[in-house]
Design a protein around this ligand. Structure first.
Ligand SMILES: [Zn+2]
Length: 247
């Protein structure tokens, strides 16, 4: 059987070089779901929004019999997206092993971002499913797993561009909340009072004596107890955040 398939938006970029055109006629050997066909051409289901078969909107489990005209649209960005952000319910992420730089930058912007270099693909998919996290990866195979309900195939290789890519694709530039999460573990940051016993016992030993002389404002991570203060790196990070939000 053959199926005519039309990819819209930037989806043709995900097709193999030889098939990189909007209109394709694809040969299929047996009945298969439209989702299966789309993924076999290299487009993970997480990148796909609406699917039309013979001009009718269908579910991705729709079984093709042959001869249909299929039209595939990317996930709408961002207003009509199922990933639409709000301040009350900001998106939460999980990054694959290669995207640790991206994970730190998303935490800097205040987004809960899970990362552990020990997690393999199966664990990443399991955790993303269980915790309802958006899986960020450059690995299409990972996004093709059925368990992965929400994911983004990251197009850029440069971490700075990756951050901007995510802010733009999800439309979340307006709901950033910088310096509210730990860069190491994504835990929430809280202010630390110098007179508290907890500060004296757990936090003070982490702070260089010179910093204690001039700095009075400290925050700590409620999960890993790492201390943060507005040192020389603070200006650098502030500049970085401005750059992300200026685009
Ligand atoms: Zn932490």
């Amino acid at each position: 059987m053959t199926v005519h398939i039309l990819f819209n938006g930037d989806l043709p970029e995900l097709l193999p070089l030889k098939k990189r055109k909007k209109n394709l006629t694809v040969k299929c050997v047996c009945k298969r779901s439209v989702k299966d066909l789309i993924q076999s051409l290299g487009v993970p289901h997480t990148e796909v929004g609406e699917i039309l078969v013979n001009n009718q909107k269908v579910d991705s489990s729709y079984v093709l019999l042959g001869g249909e005209k299929v039209e595939v649209f990317p996930v709408p960005v961002p207003a009509e997206s199922h990933l639409q952000p709000s301040n009350n319910d900001p998106p939460r992420f999980i990054c694959d092993v290669h995207l640790w730089k991206l994970a730190r930058r998303l935490r800097l912007l205040g987004f809960d971002t899970w990362f552990d270099q020990r997690w393999d693909d199966e664990e990443l998919a399991d955790i993303a499913h269980r915790e309802k996290l958006i899986l960020l990866t450059r690995d299409r195979g990972l996004l093709k797993r059925n368990k992965v309900e929400q994911g983004l195939l990251i197009r850029n290789t440069d971490p700075e561009k990756q951050v901007i890519e995510i802010l733009q694709r999800l439309g979340i530039g307006k709901i950033v909340n910088p310096f509210t999460r730990c860069l190491l573990c994504s835990g929430i940051l809280e202010p630390a009072a110098r007179e508290d016993q907890f500060f004296q016992k757990k936090l003070k030993p982490q702070i260089p004596a010179k910093v204690l002389e001039w700095c009075s404002e400290f925050h700590f991570c409620v999960s890993c107890e790492k201390v943060f203060w507005k040192g020389s790196h603070y200006k650098k990070l502030t500049r970085l955040i401005k750059k992300y939000l200026a685009v």
